[in-house]
Design a protein around this ligand. Structure first.
Ligand code: ATP
Length: 532
């Protein structure tokens, strides 16, 4: 942003600061004929002390409301007077705008002013190039997410550095969360990121293809599914699906205890399982879960029978196969690995999430994998619910607390911010918030994100599909964005109800026609029998 010179003369003047100002907000009387929009950006010149030196700076602000009034038409003016004023054309409508100060740019960072904006200061519409500068980053760190809602000509970039402290995408259903997450995946991919997606609704299984699903646009995308999963889409629709499986004999004793829900104080039960496993290991390296169950069933140890109740639970997981899919399959530079969890029940999805996240985290913690890993968890409230323990919750909490040290970053997507573990949510330093009308969800967002002001919350119900407010470390200033168009195909797009119903009508007609034909044929048969 330029430090101020005479170039202000080329800016579009739209008003004068009036009333009481502070260093965080001010009002201005809007010049007649000028019609700024709510959420548009303005600049005002001011003086700031920077590094001990007085400097003229341009303070950027955002219009948060516009109050229209007429000096003659006060609230209590009677109709007869109001009508006379109208007929005499002396209503003289005026606009008073309220502005929230966003800060000023100094050497690429945003500083908040310490001085109040003085009444009488001219207010200018912020020129596009200033806004572009505020919302851009150097090529190798900028992720192009969309354009300013009020200025479609201004591109908005996020910084990939901001992902260090995790990101949450929060909105009610249908607001455009998955679409937005898809845009982020495209941008992360362009930057060479390693991404793992936990995908309970198969929203990302087409991410390699163009929007029509014809051409492959992202080369290094792999979609995984468990052996028995049927998924939301067929393998033919997706193109290529790989199997994710775990060899039971590869599980450690601790893992078996964890997933079977065996408490660490139940030493007798643990010992019975350990003994049974020891015997199995001595006879074969390829023992299965069924082998363990048989070993416990045939044991004369009472604790083995007690253990059986817990071990039998593992049957429900349905992920055990002949070999273990190595975590290396999910971790490759510049790649997206989508774990399609659609159609699986919560326990299975939870176990798979736990397994993949733990191993990915270990790879980074031990330094075996050298590149940062981005983990996108769709429907995050299912994996990290509030007041409830899941297998994956422990590892997600660990990543939320310590992931940045090892380069493991979370992107959580949820339509139920109030249902998600609040510790994890508050570790997400950046938020992309979209339309949200539920007051409880709004409250959860307010509690978790200090940058989310009352002003912003008030605006949430007014956002359209695909519009978002972005706050936190991924952006220099809070920003309202129209998310850009996807270059890849969505998985979970809303169905076209009218088109589908049209198809249903056709199918019903077809059915009726067939039925008529069958009846006619039957009648013909009966007639021929009767005639004979
Ligand atoms: N930025 C956008 N531009 C164009 N269309 C969009 C945009 N964002 C969302 N949509 C459309 O809006 C619909 C809902 O989007 P999406 O599925 O991403 O919402 P969601 O919040 O993830 O919903 P759910 O919680 O049901 O998964 C989709 O049909 C999608 O194509």
């Amino acid at each position: 942003m330029p430090e101020i010179t005479e170039e202000l003369g080329s800016f579009e003047k739209i008003g004068v600061v009036t009333g009481e100002s502070t260093h965080v907000e001010f009002y201005f009387a809007v010049e007649d004929e000028k019609m700024p929009q709510v959420w548009d950006y303005v600049v005002v010149p001011s003086n700031e002390l920077i590094d001990g030196e007085e400097k003229r700076v341009l303070v950027l602000g955002q219009i948060t409301s516009i109050i229209a009034y007429s000096p003659g038409l006060t609230e209590y003016v009677p109709y007869s007077v109001a009508e006379k004023l109208k007929e005499a054309e002396i209503i003289e409508p005026r606009n008073l705008a309220k502005v929230k100060i966003l800060g000023f740019l100094h050497n690429g960072t945003v500083l908040m002013p310490r001085r109040t904006i003085y009444p009488g200061t001219y207010v200018y519409l912020a020129p596009d190039d200033i806004l572009t500068e505020v919302y851009s980053y150097p090529e190798e760190e900028g992720l192009y997410i969309g354009n300013l809602i009020t200025r479609p000509s201004v591109k908005v970039n996020l910084t990939i550095r901001g992902f260090r402290r995790h990101l949450a995408i929060l909105a009610q259903t249908g607001a455009g969360k998955s679409y937005t997450a898809g845009v982020l995946l495209e941008e992360l991919y362009k930057k060479g990121a390693t991404v793992i997606v936990l995908d309970p609704h198969a929203d990302y299984v087409f991410i390699s293809k163009d929007p029509e699903g014809k051409k492959k646009v992202l080369k290094r995308v792999r979609v995984f599914r468990t052996l028995e999963s049927t998924g939301r889409y067929t393998k033919e629709e997706i193109g290529h699906v790989e199997t994710f499986e775990i060899k039971f004999a590869d599980l450690s004793l601790e893992e078996i205890f964890t997933i079977a829900g065996i408490n660490e104080n139940w030493t007798n039960i643990m010992k019975a399982i350990e003994d049974a496993l020891e015997r199995l290991k001595n006879s074969s390296k390829n023992y299965t879960l069924d082998d363990l169950i048989t070993a416990l069933q045939t044991s004369d140890n009472n604790n083995a029978l007690r253990a059986l109740t817990y071990i039998k639970r593992l049957k429900k997981l349905k992920v055990f196969g002949d070999s273990t899919t190595p975590i290396g399959e999910f971790l490759q530079p510049q790649s997206i690995a989508v774990m399609d969890l659609s159609g699986l029940n919560d326990n299975v999805a939870d176990y798979i999430a736990y397994k993949i996240l733990s191993e990915a985290y270990n790879q980074r913690e031990s330094g075996k994998y050298e590149y940062p890993i981005f983990i996108l968890i769709e429907e995050a409230h299912r994996f990290i619910p509030k007041n409830q323990n899941t297998l994956s919750k422990r590892i997600v909490k660990k990543i939320a607390a310590e992931g940045r040290k090892f380069g493991v970053f979370l992107i959580l997507v949820t339509q139920r911010p109030q249902k998600i573990d609040s510790d994890v949510l508050s570790q997400c330093n950046s938020q992309i918030i979209m339309r949200m009308t539920n007051p409880e969800d709004q409250k959860a967002v307010r509690m978790s994100a200090e940058q989310v002001s009352e002003d912003l919350l008030r605006d949430l119900p007014g956002l359209n599909v695909g519009e978002a407010i972005i706050v936190g470390e991924v952006t220099k200033m809070p920003v309202m964005v129209k998310i850009r168009k996807r270059m890849t195909k969505e998985g979970g797009a809303d169905i076209d109800i009218v088109a589908k119903l049209r198809e249903a009508m056709k199918a019903a007609e077809e059915y009726e026609k067939n039925l008529d034909n069958v009846i006619r044929e039957e009648l013909e048969k009966i007639k021929s029998i009767v005639e004979v």
